[in-house]
Design a protein around this ligand. Sequence first.
Ligand SMILES: [Zn+2]
Length: 325
Amino acid sequence: MMGRLGNFENIKNRQTVHTSNSYSVLDIEIDTDLHEACSSGLCDATEREIPLYKYSEIPDFLQGNPYVVSGYRVSLPFNLCLKSIFKWNNETVNVWSHLGGFFIFLYLLLHDNIIYIPRFHGSYTDHVMVSLGLICYQFCMLCSTGFHMFACHSEKASKRWLAVDLAGISIGVIGCYLPAVHYAFYCLSIWRDIYLITITILTVTTMVIQLHPRYFSHQWSKWRIGIYMGLAGYGIIPTIHWIWLNGASAEIVQLFVPKVTTIYILGMIALILYLSKFPERFYPGVFDFVGSSHQLWHIIVVCAFVFWHYAGQEILRYRVAHPCV
Ligand SMILES: [Zn+2]
């Protein structure tokens, strides 16, 4: 313990160092030799033991939620970032929830293309639209998994992977829009194309804004959240327009509006937890490893995507049963 206390400044100021056997991928220094990575001052870790630190001990770039008090990994080399997913730390649930999400959507991609869509004699376009949505979800899940795995590697890596994580959110949101807009406006192809183009432009814009040098600064944190709320909230416009075009009493509107409402409620619950840092705010240290707001946010996001995927299947079934007149 004394050794660790004496090491505080060392831990806070560690830098990723180029070694003779390392190369860099997305700002992660990948050492072919773990021994060399650790001897270069990168870590105190051995392959068997990955040390975990308290909030007060970690460098500034890893700080953000003071109510998660312990369980932090600091400046791990690439190999140990990978290995750390098998050791309980405060990112374990974050990593596994979205890695698990990736496999759920991979399974659904195979299942729907091989079994579900052929059962309804779906068209080539049905295969493309359902697959696009699921591939976007998978991309989002992998970006998030990467961020939570590698952010502890170095300050540079944490910034780069935060950008990857946020780009993944944009892609995840467009994955929600694509099949929904395609099937909701199936018989109104002009509006379908207008909304699909608009949503694509908005999503690309959120990714271009990331290139602004101050985008990841603390001062911009509220703007960042606002941008993603705007991107998700934009869906209210085509929804209201669609209800108006079909009439509130139309069967398809009655079928689909409760699902739109549910997905927005899920999104709002997730966002409130995320912003309020509930429940750890009221019990600092209690939810360090399991149950913190970010972990709940992750799980709600997976549930929301799964729910939305099945909502899409229902509207697909409706479209097959009710061709355009
Ligand atoms: Zn996350």
